[in-house]
Design a protein around this ligand. Sequence first.
Ligand code: GLA
Length: 382
Amino acid sequence: MNKELIKTIRARFKTKFNLEPMMIFSPGRINIIGEHTDYNDGFVFPAAVDKGIVAAIQKSESDVSIACASDKNEIIEFSLKNLKPMAQGSWQNYILGVVSEIQNRSKKIGNFNIVFGGDIPGGAGMSSSAALENSVVFGLNEVFNLGLSKHDMILISQKAEHNYVGVKCGIMDQYASMFGIENNALLLDCRTVKSKPFQIDFKDHELILINTNVKHSLSDSAYNDRRSVCESISELLKVKALRDATEYDLETVKDQVTPENYQKALYVIQENDRAVKASKAMGAGDLITLGKLIYGSHEGLQNQYKVSCDELDFLVAQAKLNGRVLGARMMGGGFGGCTINLVAKNESENFKIQAAKAYKAKFNKACSIYDVKLSNGTHIIK
Ligand code: GLA
C-alpha cells in the first residue's frame, strides 16, 4: 500500500476538519481473463491490486456534507436531500451515487466529510471508479453502523455506477475490489456472485501491466451498447443471459441478427469458455495454455467485440513478437487503458524497455508500466 498517499490523505482531512478520520483502502483490480462476460452472467478472473483509493471519512455535525478529491484539489458541499447526478464524467457522481443508493435502501445516514486520493490513474482500466465507490460505501457503513454486508455494499456501488455515472456495468470490478485476497485471483461466477480463490504463483513468470495512457471518448456509450446487444440476443435465444447459450444455439438465430452482432455474441460465448479453461490451466500450472487463452481473448475483443483501439492492439502485437511473453491482452472495458502481459521474469526488464520504446516511436507519447501485487479487498487502515 502507498504509505505516502495514506499520510497525505489523513493529514489533509485533519487540517481541513480538525478531526481524526477513519481511514479506508479500497483497491483497483486486474482481470486475467473473462472480459465483458460479467453482465452476461458469466465467469471472470480478477484480482485486487495494491493500488487504489485511500479515503479518510468521518461523521459531521454540520448541516451539509463535504467531499474533497485530493488529487484534483476539488471540493463539493452537498445536502443529503434531493440528490441528483451531476454532469457526466464528474467524480462527484461516484460519491453522490453511493449516498443516494444507500438511502434508497432506507438506511439512515447523517452528514459526513470525506477526503480521498488514489494511485491508479482514471481510465487505466483498473477500476479506480469501483474502488472509489467501495471506499465510500464501506466508510459510511462503518461510521454510521449501517449493518450492510459486503455483498450489499457491492450492489450499492454497482447501482451508483448505473444510475449516477451512467455506465451499466457488471459486478466484476466492485466484487474484486471488495473481496480481493492477497496473492490470489478470484474465479467469479457472476450469476451466483460467488468466487473460488486461486493462489497465484507464476513461478518464473509474472504479470505486467502497460498503460497506453489513452482513454478514447464514447467508451461509456459503446459499453452500454454492447450490453444491450447481448441482452437482445439472449431474448431472441430465450435464455436468461448469454452465459446460458452455446455456439450451436447462436447459429440457430444467425439470420435474425446482423453479422456484427452475431460476432459480438459469439465473442461472449467463447470468452466465457476461455475463462473457465484458463482457470483449469492455472490449476494445472499450465502457463502455455493460459497464455494462448489470453491472446485469444484479445483477438476476440479486437475483432469480434470491437472494444479495443490502435494503442492497445499495438502493445499486444509487440508482445507477440517476443516469444517469452506467453500472453497479452487489453484489460477492462476497452478503448484505452492497460494491457496485461504474462512474461518470463528474466525477460521482463527487456520487454518493458522494448515495449516503451516502440510505443513512443509509434504514437509519440509515453506508456506507463506497472508491476502487479495482488492484495486484500476494501478494508480499514489501522
Ligand atoms: C468494466 C465494467 C465491468 C466489466 C468490464 C469488462 O470494467 O465495469 O463490469 O464489464 O468493463 O469486462
